[in-house]
Write a protein that binds this ligand. Structure first.
Ligand SMILES: Cc1cc2nc3c(=O)[nH]c(=O)nc-3n(C[C@H](O)[C@H](O)[C@H](O)COP(=O)(O)OP(=O)(O)OC[C@H]3O[C@@H](n4cnc5c(N)ncnc54)[C@H](O)[C@@H]3O)c2cc1C
Length: 386
């Protein structure tokens, strides 16, 4: 039977980052098991690629404070491009409550060491992007080191470098069961052959709850469809634009290629493994788009290029990281609730620290992300979910 020091289930951006961080910390016997014939067919290949440090909870801010500088040096450190573009995230506040929220977050971000975020007046926003409809804008916040990466390149870069440093990737191989004996050895059953290991990492994205069930864990991670609409080439809005978030509707967009990529989280969406694109979504999102950017009234869209993917939602919209007390040797890297691309570098580092040393200093208190928080009723609260 095949053996490995660490078995990672799922070869998306999260599993790839964990494999990279483990191999670069000296753990060479790492096996990544991916059920698809190529990587990126889960949520990673469907992502918008946004990265930001403008969060409200300390743990999310600190995960970004590791991840974004990592992205800035990705090519130098990993040896492959990440296509990090620090064009910023601009939040537009249209209510006093939005302003208070942004101010509060800004103070917390500053205290934790983020130096590139600032609050903006409505006039500053108008000067920055006169093409926006701003009559109802009261102010906002902007962080110049927020921006975008190419999730495919990041995932492939992490994995290529991990493979060069001793990791193994099995593609087209599904994990079908996991057994754990009295001595703490796992037998991971796959469609290829069984694997024996002392450490299993669940990095199965929106399918993580199914993996957790194999070891008797009820993991609160639910799939939730998200749809993105790319435009055809369009030049009546600047391509140097940041990600713009209209807090009045949740509509957000960023430049992509010669056009723009539009996103809006439909509040009527319900949980489930739905990955078909719903054509009626285009009319809804274009209404929000033209409302904030009058020029988008003429934005050319080819519905055939729009797509849908799955967020992996937890009850408090924070990821679940670390060991499971009831199943020693079983680790979770799940439930990113729409932030798995931006937080994949810090997740790789945190999981590696926890597996190899039992502690981490990437965040002040990693226990707030523990699986056991749900049983303890200690949920986190993050309101800025995109
Ligand atoms: C429309 C959309 C927009 C998004 N925008 C952003 C964004 O702007 N910024 C951001 O940070 N995040 C964004 N996200 C979220 C982000 O894409 C995810 O959080 C991230 O990709 C999760 O990575 P992952 O590796 O955990 O999961 P995945 O990429 O889903 O990888 C999990 C892998 O596990 C494999 N797997 C599952 N079950 C098994 C099994 N039994 N055996 C073997 N393999 C298995 C799957 O095949 C899959 O490849 C977005 C998501 C969507 C859908």
């Amino acid at each position: 039977m095949q053996t490995a020091e660490v078995v990672i289930i799922g070869g998306g951006i999260v599993g790839s980052s964990i494999a990279w961080h483990l191999t670069h910390a000296g753990c060479k016997s790492v096996l990544v098991i991916e059920r698809e014939s190529s990587q990126g067919k889960g949520s990673t290949g469907k992502s918008m690629g946004g990265v930001r440090a403008q969060f409200s909870t300390p743990v999310n801010i600190q995960m970004s404070l590791y991840s974004i500088p990592f992205y800035a040096r990705f090519e130098e450190v990993v040896g492959h491009p990440a296509d990090y573009r620090p064009q910023g995230y601009l939040f537009l506040a249209t209510k006093d409550s939005h302003l208070a929220y942004l101010r509060d977050n800004f103070e917390r971000q500053k205290k934790l060491g983020l130096t590139t975020a600032r609050l903006l007046s409505a006039d500053e926003i108008r000067a920055m992007l006169p093409q926006l409809r701003s009559d109802d804008v009261l102010g906002g916040s902007f962080c110049s080191t927020d921006g975008f990466v190419d999730p495919y390149s990041v995932m492939n870069g992490f994995m290529a470098s991990a493979l060069e440093h001793g990791a193994t990737l099995w593609k087209k191989t599904e994990v079908t069961a996991i057994a754990r004996d009295q001595q703490g050895t796992f037998r991971v059953e796959t469609t290829r052959e069984p694997v024996s290991t002392h450490t299993v990492v669940n990095a199965a994205g929106a399918w993580a709850a199914q993996i957790a069930k194999f070891v008797g864990i009820d993991l609160p991670v639910e799939p939730l469809r998200r749809m993105l609409v790319p435009s055809e080439p369009f030049s009546d809005f600047p391509h140097s634009s940041p990600m713009v978030i209209d807090m009045s509707t949740g509509f957000h967009f960023r430049p992509e290629g010669r056009g723009f990529l539009l996103a809006w989280n439909d509040p009527e969406e319900t949980a489930g493994y739905k990955t078909d694109f719903e054509p009626s979504f285009i009319e809804k999102i274009l209404m929000h788009a033209a409302d904030r950017v009058p020029a988008f009234e003429n934005l050319p869209i080819n519905p055939k290029r729009a797509w849908a993917g799955l967020y992996e939602m937890t009850p408090d919209h924070h990821c679940i990281l670390g060991p499971v007390a009831a199943v020693p040797g079983f680790f979770l890297a799940n439930g990113f609730s729409g932030h798995g691309v931006m937080h994949s570098p810090s997740t790789g580092k945190i999981l590696t620290d926890l597996i190899l040393q039992g502690k981490t200093n990437v965040v002040d208190d990693v226990s707030v992300l523990a699986f056991e928080r749900f049983a303890r009723g200690e949920l986190l609260h993050e309101t800025a979910v995109l």
